[in-house]
Each structure stands twice: as structure tokens, then as C-alpha cells.
Design a protein around this ligand. Structure first.
Ligand SMILES: Nc1ncnc2c1ncn2[C@@H]1O[C@H](COP(=O)(O)OP(=O)(O)OP(=O)(O)O)[C@@H](O)[C@H]1O
Length: 295
């Protein structure tokens, strides 16, 4: 399995007399994406804050793995419109986070470019739209190139094009090995992201699904294309079981020559290969396929 970053072991959280989370056990690994779904007041934000280390469990443990420990970026559910520009805000936050000025400035420019905001915009953030504030919120969380990115309702206030753009940015972030946890109310059109979904209900976590979408995130007007990889490998039974457990949505089909073949969407390839090799499997061939997607 890929590297463990953070785990919660038998965590309970109470506010006053009321229990918000009970017996939460959760492991987050490099490069994975976890969607936390649930209605209002079910405990999603509380869980994100526990993972971020911003609040302590009432009982149970939060374990951080690695030396140096993983960098964690956290974007709360909303950012207040402050009387400063986005670049000034990020400069402040970067200094507080201990980023050196010569690294900070290019990082701020890069994040403005990634989230399509103008770094030279002199407008105060208090005049920003909800969507623009949401972007600055995520830029703040991404300042230190986090190993784990925790996002609370990042899509609220974003129009369709911005949601699609954010999803493709998250895909790029996941592909370089960053783990992402996103709290949302409903479903998200998370094409290309390989993720598993946990439902937070009455303080407990329920595994919903591991989702693998093969349709691409599409820029308006561009042709719709699906990219996937045909992976052929030599695996024993134990290795097949391990891969099936980690990637329930992927079918490992036995071939006549005793090898296994499966199709992996581009977004999940890196994680799948890492797991296959770590389990001791032998990679025989990898073939890229690109075809017209369905309308
Ligand atoms: N600091 C706090 N003090 C007391 N109660 C709190 C505190 N923070 C959260 N709660 C309560 O804990 C419960 C879970 O809140 P939380 O914000 O984690 O839910 P949520 O699933 O994120 O909800 P939403 O989707 O509405 O943001 C709610 O009943 C909330 O009122």
C-alpha cells in the first residue's frame, strides 16, 4: 500500500454533552482522494479539523506518520472578505507559515495562475465574489505544497466552469501524490478523480463507494476524449486480492497465459502501479488508449 500520512484511531469528539463523532477509524495515504458526504451538522467539518490537528479528540488518537511530518493544508468552509488584495493575504499567510520570501513570491504567482486569478488585481477581497474568495481560500491551503489537502465545501459559490477547473486542478494535485479530503453535501461531478466516498451520518462513518470515472474533465468546446491504460501484469492470488481490496472498482481479468489484464483511468494509474509493484507484482506492459468519449 502507499505511504500512510495520518490516521485516526477510535476517535470520539464531544462538544459539551453532545457527541458529534464516535469511534472514528480512518487512514489517509499518499495520493488518495476521500470525499466526505453528509447533511448539515453531521460532523464533516469537525472531522476535517481533527485531521488538520486544529482540534483535539475527546478520546482516541490522531497519529501523524513520517519524519519530517506531512505538510497539511486546510481550507475552512468560508473565507471572510478582508480589506486587502489576494496577493497581500497570501503573503501574510505565507509568512505566518514560515515560507521564505524568495520562495513565497513565485509560489503566490503560480497559485494565482493555477486558480485563474490575477495577482496584480488591486481590488480588496471584501469586494470579491463568493467563488473568488473560495479560490483564495484554497490557494492559502496550498501555499506550503501540502502532502494532505483538507477542503471544506470547496465547491460552494463556484460556477460550473470553476467547479470543472477546480476538479482538474485537484486531479493534477492528486497525481503528484497529494492526498485530498473534500467535505461536500451532495455528489460532485468528479470525473477523472479517483476517490472513495465516506458518508458521515450521526457521528459515524460509512464507506459508500470507490469511484472511478473514465470520462475526462472537458474544456468547453473541446473534443470529448477518454484516456485509459491497459495494464498487463503477473500476479499471484495474494497480490490479486490486495489490489481488488484497494481498488474495488477495477476488474482484474485473468488471461489464458496466467497473467492479468485491467483497464485503469489515467487519474488512478500512478496509485495503481505503485500498489501493484509494492505488492510484488510484475508489470508486463502498459498501453495508453485514447478514444472519443460518450456524449
Ligand atoms: N465549536 C463547537 N462547539 C459546539 N458545537 C459545535 C462546535 N462545532 C460544531 N459543533 C456542532 O457539532 C455538530 C457537527 O458540526 P459540523 O460543523 O462538524 O457539521 P457539518 O457536517 O460540517 O455541517 P455543515 O455541512 O452544515 O457544515 C453540529 O451540531 C454543530 O452545531
Amino acid at each position: 500500500m502507499t505511504e500512510l500520512l495520518v490516521s485516526l484511531k477510535n476517535v470520539h469528539k464531544r462538544y459539551g454533552g453532545s457527541t458529534v463523532l464516535s469511534e472514528v477509524n480512518l487512514e489517509l495515504r499518499k495520493g488518495e482522494c476521500l470525499l466526505l458526504r453528509g447533511g448539515n451538522g453531521q460532523g464533516k467539518s469537525t472531522l476535517l479539523k481533527l485531521l488538520a490537528g486544529l482540534i483535539a479528540p475527546t478520546s482516541g488518537e490522531r497519529i501523524i506518520v513520517g519524519s519530517p511530518p506531512p505538510v497539511i493544508g486546510y481550507a475552512p468552509d468560508r473565507l471572510a472578505g478582508l480589506a486587502m488584495t489576494s496577493a497581500d493575504y497570501l503573503r501574510h499567510m505565507g509568512r505566518i507559515a514560515g515560507i521564505e520570501p524568495r520562495t513565497l513570491q513565485p509560489r503566490i504567482l503560480e497559485l494565482h495562475e493555477r486558480f485563474r486569478l490575477d495577482p496584480a488585481n488591486k481590488t480588496n477581497m471584501r469586494h470579491y465574489s463568493k467563488g473568488m474568495l473560495q479560490k483564495v481560500n484554497m490557494m492559502q491551503a496550498s501555499l506550503r505544497e501540502p502532502d494532505l489537502l483538507l477542503l471544506d465545501e470547496p465547491f460552494s459559490g463556484l460556477d460550473k466552469a470553476s467547479v470543472e477547473h477546480l476538479l482538474s486542478s485537484l486531479q493534477a494535485v492528486q497525481q503528484i501524490g497529494t492526498a485530498i479530503v473534500v467535505a461536500v453535501h451532495g455528489d460532485i461531478p468528479a470525473e477523472y478523480l479517483l476517490y472513495r466516498t465516506l458518508l458521515v451520518r450521526n457521528g459515524e462513518l460509512f464507506l459508500e463507494q470507490e469511484q472511478e470515472q473514465e470520462e475526462g474533465v472537458r474544456a468547453k468546446g473541446s473534443p470529448q476524449r477518454e484516456v485509459r491504460y491497459e495494464v498487463k501484469s503477473k500476479l499471484d492470488e495474494r497480490q490479486v486480492n490486495r489490489l481488488e481490496l484497494s481498488f474495488p472498482a477495477v476488474q482484474l481479468a485473468p488471461e489464458d497465459d496466467g497473467c492479468y489484464c485491467c483497464f485503469i483511468p489515467e487519474s488512478g494509474l500512478q496509485r495503481f502501479i505503485a500498489e501493484l509493484l509494492e505488492a510484488g507484482g510484475i508489470l508486463l506492459s502498459l498501453q495508453r488508449q485514447e478514444e472519443e468519449g460518450k456524449q
